[in-house]
Structures are given as structure tokens and as C-alpha cells.
Design a protein around this ligand. Structure first.
Ligand code: DX5
Ligand code: ZN
Length: 217
């Protein structure tokens, strides 16, 4: 399993996003948290900013949509050129149709589950996804404390993915730091989102290198 690090620009300076993308040249992805003030109690950015970011960086964008009605809004992110688009299982009314549309538009299709959402009901959707995202905080804000209670679910997700076969990535997002990333890797995650651990560091490149080393077993 190749370890991938996806720094979240939620903890970056929104007035200097091009510079903040340039500050993490060793990132595999740039994680873009789209929040609509409805699905989560916070408002961030949307398609116009994603369009601009796509022009400003060659790092592929990992768009995490924390929004209501992703069936309606998600395909436009794939159309714009995001490399990966993740919708929340709790918000999607027609996840199969939407995940298929994302793939047909050339993006990797991701399905995200909040900490309190069980994975078993979604086992049947594994054939429709390129990545499963397990939230390790309640979505909405950066800098929250990692929820260890998600680790057993992460282990079950790894088992389900291995049993299913195919190339499905297992991403964790929320409270991932140099202190918690090894636990996530041990439980089977292979794509690691880190916001404050990268952008609150005086040396984001070194922070990514540290995370990558700790996650690599
Ligand atoms: C939270 C977002 C995360 C956030 C993570 O709802 O989805 O991507 O940026 O930030 P940290 O790594 O600081 O917990
Ligand atoms: Zn996120």
C-alpha cells in the first residue's frame, strides 16, 4: 500500500492559496474542504475557488464535499478537473448515480462516512468507489482532536476493502498528526489528510515528510 499525504488547505491562508499550494510540493494531493453551512456548521469555498486553484497548481485536487445535495453539485467539481471528488453518504440521496457520474467525468469517486455512521450498510457500494473516507473528527472544522473510537471501524473497512479486491484507497481525515498517524496506518489507512499538522507547522515540507515516514510501515 502506497502512503499518500493530502494536506488540507482549510488550515491555509485563504488569501494566498496559490502560495499555500506551492508550499507543499511534496504533497500527493491538495485536500479541498467544500462546506456549505448546512451539512456542516461552517462555510468555506466552492467551485470558483476550485477553478482558480486548478490553474494555480499542478498538485491534483482532492475535493471533499461537506454539502447537502451532493448529487446535484458534485459532478461540476469533476467536470472542472478535480482528480478526486468525495461525497458524504449521509447527504447523498442517489449515491450510485452520483459516484458513477463522477467516474464517467474522469475523477476518482470517493464516499465519506462521519464518525457515527456505520460502514456495513455501504459494503455493497464498494464496487462504485475509488476511495472510502472515514472521518476521524465530526466534520466542519480543522484542528479538532482525533477520535480514537473510529479505529475499529477503520480496521473493518480495511478488511472489507481487502475482501472486495480492486484498488480502493482508504482515507482518514481529522486530527491526523505526527502523534496519531501511526494508529491510522496500523488500522489500514493509506491516504492521510492533514490540515493543521501541515499548515500550522513552520516547515510544511518537513511536516509532510514526517507524516509520510510515520505512516510508512
Ligand atoms: C474537517 C475537514 C478536514 C480538516 C482537517 O471537517 O474535513 O479536512 O481540514 O483538519 P485537521 O487536520 O487540522 O484536523
Ligand atoms: Zn476534509
Amino acid at each position: 500500500m502506497a502512503v499518500q499525504i493530502s494536506p488540507s488547505i482549510l488550515s491555509a491562508d485563504f488569501a494566498r492559496l496559490a502560495d499555500e499550494a506551492a508550499a507543499v510540493p511534496n504533497a500527493d494531493w491538495l485536500h479541498v474542504d467544500v462546506m456549505d453551512n448546512h451539512f456542516v456548521p461552517n462555510l468555506t469555498l466552492g467551485l470558483p475557488v476550485v477553478d482558480s486553484l486548478l490553474k494555480a497548481t499542478s498538485i491534483p485536487l482532492d475535493c471533499h464535499l461537506m454539502i447537502e445535495d451532493p448529487d446535484r453539485w458534485a459532478p461540476a467539481y469533476a467536470e472542472a478537473g478535480a482528480g478526486s471528488v468525495t461525497i458524504h453518504a449521509e447527504a447523498a440521496k442517489a449515491p450510485i448515480r452520483t459516484l458513477r457520474e463522477l467516474r464517467s467525468l474522469g475523477a476518482r469517486a470517493g464516499l465519506a462516512l462521519n464518525p457515527g455512521t456505520a460502514i456495513e450498510p455501504y459494503e455493497g457500494l464498494l464496487g462504485e468507489v475509488d476511495m472510502l473516507l472515514l472521518m476521524t473528527v465530526e466534520p466542519g472544522f480543522g484542528g479538532q482532536k482525533f477520535l480514537d473510537l473510529v479505529l475499529p471501524k477503520l480496521r473493518r473497512a480495511r478488511q472489507l476493502i481487502d475482501r472486495h479486491g480492486g484498488d480502493i484507497w482508504l482515507q482518514v481525515d481529522g486530527g491526523v498528526t505526527a502523534d496519531t498517524i501511526e494508529r491510522c496506518a496500523d488500522a489500514g489507512a493509506d491516504v492521510f489528510v492533514a490540515g493543521s499538522a501541515v499548515y500550522d507547522s513552520p516547515d510544511p515540507i518537513a511536516a509532510i515528510n514526517t507524516l509520510r515516514t510515520k505512516a510508512t510501515r
